[in-house]
Design a protein around this ligand. Structure first.
Ligand SMILES: [Mg+2]
Length: 417
């Protein structure tokens, strides 16, 4: 963060260039003022000329100009950090206000990125509590990620664990074990059907529904019939839909690119309200897609969490990583959302807009003092109404311009995000 606060925004490079012209010009004006006073100033010409020279130099001191950008960036980056948005360089903070397209990864970015049990349908009349214990105990011995989701679910329900005999795990199919002299299975529909186990229509109907919602369904059965169907899904994060609505409201087009299958992609995109999505994309497809948008003149942000997003993150104009994602994504990205909450994206954009707004105001205030102050300091009003600017007042005005710039930057800190 310290690096970011010290890094230069592109506008600062322009300011540096202006300062490079500004300084010789001011020195020129100061010397011209001295010469003019010496020639037209009569007896006191030299004294007045020297005073004018000093006053011009004092009032023109470009410290407000120098402070205009860095102070706003410092406050902006700090404000971002307070809201869980880590900004690695000033450039992305300044660029984000121009954004018009955002590409989002699906798994781990729009969704939680880990499977969770979303529903269980038990067979009618099943003895749920004792069967739940059997299912829980069997799944807790399996190392499959879907089994972990089931284990977590029952642990939260504080189901009791019991001893399963002859536990066996069949890769790609599921697990089996014995309890109280009865054989039980957990696994895919195919594995269950292969064992000549009956599936009741009501269970099958609900499982079909879940499949349409892009859930993975696993089955729990004894030796004769299916006892339960379990829906497991990578759930959409709580705020994803609202964040995408908000991005749309501020005129940003959202896209979802995922390596996942078209069916799941369609369901997730529908849930969060994204119209443009692509499924089965490879990492290089994501980067190529961004390049194509950029060639059409769009300013593009990439939001992702995984190693498969890093190429796209590097390609995008603004790169945003999830704080709960992989290290490589955070390493490549210029911004990291610590909470992994997509609501931080509209916040970051509004922070960027506010920061750029404050920088522009600052530059205006820094210049206006000079534009008005320098001719007066040189004594142009003297022939008109006899007014001469006291060098001490010039010093005060100069200080005031710096104070106004710093105060204006601090406004960002208390502004709304
Ligand atoms: Mg991902």
């Amino acid at each position: 963060m310290q690096d970011a606060q010290g890094s230069k925004a592109p506008v600062q490079k322009l300011v540096d260039k202006i300062a490079g012209i500004f300084v010789p010009v001011v020195i020129g004006i100061a010397i011209l003022a001295l010469i003019a006073w010496r020639i037209f100033g009569g007896d006191n010409g030299l004294t007045q000329g020297l005073l004018a020279l000093v006053t011009v130099l004092v009032i023109a001191c470009p410290c407000a100009l120098g402070l205009a950008t860095p102070t706003a960036i410092m406050v902006g980056v700090g404000k971002g950090a307070e809201h869980g948005i880590l900004i690695k360089d000033a450039e992305s903070l300044e660029r984000a206000y121009k954004l018009d397209s955002i590409i989002l990864d699906k798994t781990g970015t729009i969704t939680q990125g880990k499977p969770e049990v979303t529903a269980i349908k038990w067979k009618d009349g099943a003895d749920i509590s004792s069967l739940a214990s059997i299912l829980y105990s069997m799944e807790s011995q399996s190392e499959h990620p879907l089994a972990e989701a089931v284990t977590r679910y029952f642990a939260e329900q504080s189901a009791a664990k019991i001893d399963i005999e002859q536990f066996e795990s069949f890769t790609g199919k599921g697990v089996s074990g014995r309890y109280n002299g009865k054989q039980f299975h957990v696994g895919s529909r195919k594995a269950v059907v292969e064992q000549d186990i009956q599936i009741a229509n009501e269970l099958d109907a609900i499982a079909q529904d879940w499949l349409k919602q892009a859930a993975t369904v696993i089955w729990f059965a004894d030796e004769k019939e299916a006892l339960a169907a379990i829906a497991i899904m990578d759930k959409v994060k709580e705020n994803s839909a609202e964040a995408i609505q908000r991005l749309k409201a501020i005129g940003i087009t959202t896209y979802m690119l995922t390596g996942d299958n078209p069916q799941t992609a369609k369901v997730v995109a529908g849930k969060v309200g994204i119209e443009h999505f692509r499924a089965e994309t490879l990492p290089e497809d994501k980067a190529a897609f961004i390049k194509q948008l950029q060639s059409q003149g769009h300013v593009v942000a990439m939001v992702g969490d995984g190693i498969n997003d890093s190429q796209a993150l590097a390609q995008a104009d603004i790169s945003i990583a999830m704080g709960k994602g992989t290290d490589i994504a955070m390493d490549v990205a210029k911004m990291t959302l610590i909470s992994s909450d997509l609501m931080s994206i509209p916040k970051a954009i509004s922070l960027s807009r506010n920061t750029v707004h404050v920088i522009r105001q600052n530059l205006f205030w820094a210049f206006i003092y000079n534009v008005i102050g320098i001719p007066i300091a040189a004594g142009v009003l003297y022939p008109v109404n006899g007014f001469l600017l006291n060098p001490m007042l010039a010093g005060a005005a100069m200080a005031l311009s710096s104070v106004s710039v710093v105060a204006n930057s601090l406004r960002l800190k208390w502004g709304k995000m």
